[in-house]
Structures are given as C-alpha cells and as structure tokens.
Design a protein around this ligand. Structure first.
Ligand SMILES: Nc1nc2c(ncn2[C@@H]2O[C@H](COP(=O)(O)OP(=O)(O)OP(=O)(O)O)[C@@H](O)[C@H]2O)c(=O)[nH]1
Ligand SMILES: [Mg+2]
Length: 234
C-alpha cells in the first residue's frame, strides 16, 4: 500500500476502488455472537478477524470502515466483553463475507482466570477457524507492538505461511506528526516480516479507503461468486 501518508492523494482509479469498497463495507450487519468457538455458525464464507489490545481502536475502526456509528460497541469497561461478534457483508440475499470482532486483550483489570480462558478461545479461533482468510491486527501507532501482540503474531505465523493474509493497522495515527508516522510505519514494516502495514485514523479518516479496498480484495479474491454460494432457488 503506497498512499499511506496523510498528504498522499490516491489516484483516480484507487479512489474509485476505495469508494466502491466502502459501499460494500457499509452493508455490514450483525450475524451472531458467541462466547465459545463451537457456538460460532459455520457460514462457509471468507472471514476477516479484527484483533488487538483493549483500547487499540478496534470498535472505532469497524464502525469507521462500515460507516455505522454503533455496529461494534465501544465498551465502557474495556476488556469485559469476552465474545466473538460476527457481522456479515454483501447483498442481503447473497452474503459474501464475514467480519469477526474479537475482544481486546491485555487489559490489566481483567481477572487472571478470565484472561487465560479468553486467550484459549482466541488461540483456538485463530488456529482452527477454517474459513478465516485474513487477520487485521490493530495497534496504537504510538505504542507499536506489545509483548501480547508479538505472541499473537508468533501464533499466527504458521497460518500466514499457509496463505492467510495479514494486515497491521497503526491506529490513532492523528496523534503523531508526519515524521513520527513515517517512523512508526518503517519500524512496524521491519517487525511485520513482509506483512502489510497501514497508518489509520478514524478521527482524520486516514487510511480508511485503502484499508477497505485491500480487505475487500483479500476477502473476495478467489471466492465463489455469490450466486454459487447460495442454495439453488426453489
Ligand atoms: N485520536 C483518536 N482516538 C481514537 C481513534 N480510534 C479510537 N480512538 C479512541 O480510542 C479509545 C478506544 O477505542 P475503541 O474503539 O473503543 O477500542 P477497542 O480496541 O475496541 O477497545 P476494547 O473494546 O476495550 O477492546 C476510544 O476513546 C476512542 O475514541 C483515532 O483514530 N484517533
Ligand atoms: Mg471494542
């Protein structure tokens, strides 16, 4: 992704692709919620998971991408919602993809037992959800990778090697000046081991179109056309 700087203006073509992708993200609607893996529906649809530390900006990012104010709830007590929430994307009659919002990790006030339980659910999800096509790791641009983020990257490595797409979003980029943003981007690119990195600000709408277009491309690439994913009409 090249147009990650705040001042960089996307070309006409990528601007059109971003607009089209944003219209697609806007179709997101709630599908289901689950506290455990075996409660998640098998949708057969390509899925993208949003993960990251509590307070990294996941809910805000999902609401910004989908242009819906309250699709993902920004919780008042961080780290307390230990559920996987699924949202579906695409036309109503022919859903095309699923967005999974995973609870944030690393919130200090969560009891140790809950933390361990949650880490197990998350590891299981990331390693065994067979429709998982892509993962977005959100990370505060000012903080960079924390040890828990690094543990998550390590856990994902085998799946990335098998073809899982992977994007690190540097959130709250508006808190950094231009030079700091470029530095954060460079450092993260070194750490991302070849994975994609994108500066993102919900406040300044930075990186929104580019992220929407990239994830849509990943989710729909090689996927079945929606007609074929549906059972035949009666
Ligand atoms: N300045 C700035 N603040 C942001 C941005 N995105 C999110 N925030 C703020 O960061 C805080 C946390 O955002 P959330 O979206 O609730 O974070 P979360 O990752 O969903 O947190 P959990 O649900 O606890 O895991 C909120 O106060 C947001 O307003 C951004 O782009 N810029
Ligand atoms: Mg949240």
């Amino acid at each position: 992704m090249h147009s990650s700087g705040r001042g960089a203006r996307p070309s006409g073509q990528s601007e059109a692709a971003a607009q089209q992708a944003l219209r697609w993200w806007h179709t997101a609607r709630f599908l289901s919620t689950a506290a455990q893996l075996d409660q998640l529906p098998q949708t057969g649809l390509p899925e993208v998971a949003f993960v990251g530390r509590s307070n990294a900006g996941k809910s805000t990012c999902i609401n910004t991408l989908t242009q819906q104010r309250q699709l993902a709830f920004a919780s008042k007590t961080p780290g307390r919602t230990q559920h996987i929430n699924l949202f579906v994307l695409g036309p109503k009659q022919s859903p095309q993809a699923v967005l999974a919002d995973l609870p944030g990790y690393g919130y200090a006030a969560v009891p140790q037992q809950d933390k361990l339980r949650w880490q197990r659910v998350m590891a299981n999800y990331l390693l065994s959800r067979d429709t998982l096509r892509a993962v977005v790791l959100l990370c505060d641009a000012r903080l960079g990778l924390t040890p828990l983020d690094e543990a998550l990257l390590e856990m994902l490595r085998p799946r990335v090697e098998q073809g899982l797409d992977f994007l690190i979003l540097l959130t709250k980029a508006d808190k950094l000046n231009r030079a700091e943003q470029q530095k954060a981007l460079q450092i993260m690119r070194l750490n991302a081991g070849g994975g994609q990195v994108q500066l993102f600000s919900a406040l300044k709408k930075q990186g929104v179109g580019a992220t929407a277009a990239l994830l849509q491309q990943w989710l729909l690439a090689g996927g079945q056309p929606p007609e074929q994913a549906l059972p035949p009409a009666p």
